[in-house]
Design a protein around this ligand. Sequence first.
Ligand SMILES: Nc1ncnc2c1ncn2[C@@H]1O[C@H](COP(=O)(O)OP(=O)(O)O)[C@@H](O)[C@H]1O
Ligand SMILES: [Mg+2]
Length: 233
Amino acid sequence: MLEVDNIRAGYGAINVLWDVSLSAAAGQMTTIIGPNGAGKTTLLRSIMGLLPLTQGDIRLHGRSIRGTAPWDMSGLGVAMIPEGRMIFKDMTIEENLLMGAFPKQHRAAARQKCEQAYAMFPCLQERWNLLAGMLSGGESQMLAMARGLMSDPELLIIDEPSLGLAPVVVNELFGVLGRLKAEGRTIILVEQNTQKAVGVADQVHLMQSGKIALSQPAAEVSLEHLHDLYFAH
Ligand SMILES: Nc1ncnc2c1ncn2[C@@H]1O[C@H](COP(=O)(O)OP(=O)(O)O)[C@@H](O)[C@H]1O
Ligand SMILES: [Mg+2]
């Protein structure tokens, strides 16, 4: 569904991604792991059109999306759940959800989408009128995921959802990821929880220093080998 083809991108004069290629197949979970500073978020930002490419191309359903503005990505069926959750703390849970349906083409279905979000995340339903700033880290992540689903994306891009969460909440989160996958959604997941990420993935890519160091079907990944690579520099 999505092909990243030999891209370079970075911040001004600083290049971060070096000839990165990967693809995400429809209905599959493509997972990108790698240490802090490897360039995982930079890659996701490049896909979303938040950073210009200085080399290469990105294709969605075979058509180049290079140069597409971030606000046009929703119309193409792509949504990102950013690192750090980025929820609106001074707005209620429901208002946060409705922001996920802000693009015009999604507004008509917003009510129905809210109900779907509450069915998937009951903890949000109980508190629909509460300010999002009152939520715990785990609940905030669930809200960020629910908001990302409001535009009913074909491709969901999720950046480090388990960061800073307690183990029991991490388990809950991976349960939700498993259900999204079972629904047939195409997902690109960036994670540092290697074991859990590989467990839920179809395809695994290891990023290091702005490059893809390993690409393998999840079923073939040896966690031991992965850890050796992960810590090798
Ligand atoms: N806004 C920015 N300006 C300049 N450099 C940045 C910026 N954001 C990230 N970087 C640098 O890009 C590299 C990759 O960062 P990032 O993509 O956030 O890594 P990861 O998500 O894998 O932890 C790091 O060296 C980081 O310091
Ligand atoms: Mg990151």
